[in-house]
Design a binder for this molecule. Structure first.
Ligand SMILES: [Zn+2]
Length: 256
């Protein structure tokens, strides 16, 4: 028997501050590697040149590891659901090596049993890769959650606006239903306003809603039949490093 731990962790606020401070810098040295050339011209060819340089450095970093992963396959300990936000790439913020995370990301780290992409990732991660931990991670300053608080754009909606508003609808519902004190306070402050703006990065209500959204995704994963059908026993606890994080510890029966 091995244990599957579902951990929600909202812990990247400090990292986002760093990103904000360095937002103008395109090329950063990684893990002591050589710095890439700074060519912030902004043309499409410059953009791809950045990727080429980055890939060249990546291939030089640990060729033995890449060879092992290529020949023997992946054995990631973590399945990760996070936000698509470019500032919170899991391998970057955890300085993780290839083979660490089996990943699915979307706007505002939402899990839905109707999302076949995330669901199939969960299924393959559990059943084929036998990941030991599932992490749902949100981040403060999440634009998807902030948009869920704001008044929706005026109709008629474009296809793009429709897609985004439809996707974040569960967070908008959470905003209206949550009984968490700071979310209730934010809701009361916005009541009666004809045009509610997106809350800002340090808004306490937004931060609380971001945390509640992580918990909601964890609960949905834990109750998905993909998880429940394999007879996982689930218990919850609080993360000692954060008021936000839930653990859902599970025990998977050994595969025979
Ligand atoms: Zn986000």
């Amino acid at each position: 028997m091995f244990r599957l731990r579902l951990r929600s962790a909202v812990l990247v606020f400090a990292i986002l501050c760093v990103f904000s401070w360095q937002a103008h810098t395109l090329y950063l040295p990684k893990r002591g590697g050589a710095a890439r050339t700074e060519t912030s011209g902004g043309s499409p060819s410059d953009d791809f040149e950045e990727l080429h340089q980055g890939n060249h450095l990546f291939l030089q970093e640990d060729p033995a590891l890449l060879e092992d992963l290529a020949l023997n396959g992946q054995r990631p300990p973590f399945l990760f659901l996070g936000c698509s936000d470019s500032r919170v790439s899991e391998s970057t913020i955890f300085d993780a090596r290839p083979g660490t995370f089996f990943t699915t990301r979307n706007i505002a780290n939402i899990y839905s049993s109707k999302d076949s992409s995330a669901r199939s990732t969960l299924a393959y991660g559990l059943e084929a890769l036998r990941v030991r931990h599932v992490i749902v991670m949100g981040h403060y300053g999440c634009g998807g959650v902030a948009a869920s608080v704001a008044t929706p754009p005026n109709l008629p909606w474009s296809e793009g606006t429709t897609a985004v508003q439809k996707w974040i609808a569960p967070i908008r519902e959470l905003y209206h239903a949550s009984q968490r004190k700071d979310v209730v306070k934010m809701r009361q402050q916005n009541r009666g306003k004809s045009n509610v703006a997106e809350p800002t990065l340090h808004d306490v209500g937004l931060r609380s809603l971001i945390e509640e959204n992580v918990k909601a995704s964890v609960k949905k994963i834990a109750s998905d039949r993909i998880v429940t059908e394999v007879n996982l026993s689930v218990s919850t606890a609080s993360c000692p490093q954060s008021h936000t994080a839930n653990y859902l510890d599970m025990a998977l029966p050994a595969l025979t």
